[in-house]
Structure formats: structure tokens, C-alpha cells
Design a protein around this ligand. Sequence first.
Ligand SMILES: [Fe+2]
Ligand SMILES: [Fe+2]
Length: 249
Amino acid sequence: MHIHKDLKMAEVIHMNHHLLPVLNRFDIYLGFGERTVEAVCIDHKVNVDFFLEIVNTFHDSSYFPLRHLQSFKASMLIDYLHKTHAYYLDVKIPEIGRYISEIAQTSDFEEIHRKLLKDFFNQYQHELTNHINKEEQGVYPYVLRLEKALESEDANAETIKELQQYSIIEYEKDHDDVEAKLFDLKNILIKYLPPVHNNKLLNLIVHEIFELERDLNNHGHIEDLILVPIVENMEKELLSRHPKRHSNV
Ligand SMILES: [Fe+2]
Ligand SMILES: [Fe+2]
């Protein structure tokens, strides 16, 4: 069952508690009382349609209404994606890192196991941070500049010049699967480390990594399937408005 605006927000969490961090990205937190999804969104000045599409893509991975999602403003998507990055780097990765440091201290491991686990985690943290920084410093500001240029009558000459030298397609080509890289880390925990007494903690780490993987997967789909086509259209529109300057370069 998909989530709709007349459902109570509390029921949404009863249906799927994995949505809690997604709600937090809209600055929506627990304590909903009897209010509906629509009422909570209005209270928090959140676009109800956008909220519903995002939570439903997360709730049901086979639900991905490309056309509708591509009708939203790029800045709305960027805001959501930016908050998702912050969740990974400020909450999820440090949390998993703390669990890994804790489990690494177990006397069930030899030094080689500790090193293997820590090295893989540190490497993953480094790769994810680099991936996110590249987006936060490069492509996201570019998208926001395009949106601003489209909204203003007279686009900034520098933005037009930038547009003539760069296209979102370059980002799409280089965009790697950060979630796929979690596979090795999961395998170390699942297959290669010896059994430990603190099984609960090990289970928790594996669970958290699967959760992160699922979240990253959804995030990557939004970037590739929603953000990129929106930006392609923005680029086309802006270039069609400035054909003369374009042909001069
Ligand atoms: Fe991202
Ligand atoms: Fe990405």
C-alpha cells in the first residue's frame, strides 16, 4: 500500500519505521499526534506532493514515478539530496564507525582481523566523503546556478559560458555506485571474520550497513534518474534562450 496524504503520519511510521530518517530530512520529527501526512507537511512548510513521492520511492523500491518526480524544481531535489548527504556523513557513518571500533576491541579477533575491518571501513568512509564533496562542491551548485539563470530574465554571462563548457552528462558518466562498494565491507563481517561472543553488536553492524546501502541506492537513483534529466532539460532551455552566445564560442 502506498502512502497518501490522508493517512495519519503516525500510521506511516507503523507501516514502515525505516522512513524515520527520510522524514527527518524534511525536518519532520516524531510527535505527530493524530495529524495526517498532509497536515504535518503543511505545518512544516513541506510540499506534500514532493514528500509523498520521495517517501513512496523509499517505501517501495518498485515505485519510481519518473515523470512526476521530474516535474519538481531542481532546488527542491537538491535540498533533499543535500540533507541526505548530511545524514550519511554526520549520523550514519560515525555511528557505524563507533560500532566498528567497539567490535574491533573484542578478544575474539586477532590483530589481522582488526586491521582488515578498520582499513576497509576507513577506505569506505574516505570514498563516500570524496563522492559527496564532489557533488556538494561541483554539480549541486552548478544546478542551482542554472535554476537561477532560468528564473531571471537576463542570465549571468558566466553561467552561460559555464553551460557551454560543461554538461550534466559528464557528471552522469562519472557517477559511481557508492553503495556497491559496501559489498566488500559486508562480506568481511558476514564471511571472513571469526565468530565473536558479542553477536548482537556484529548483527547490528551488518543491519546498519544494509540500511545504509538501501538508502544510498535510493539516493543514487534520485540523482541519476530524476536530477540528471531535470538538469538536461534546464540546459537545453537555457541554451535555446542564448543561441547566439552559444555559437560564438
Ligand atoms: Fe549524492
Ligand atoms: Fe552520488
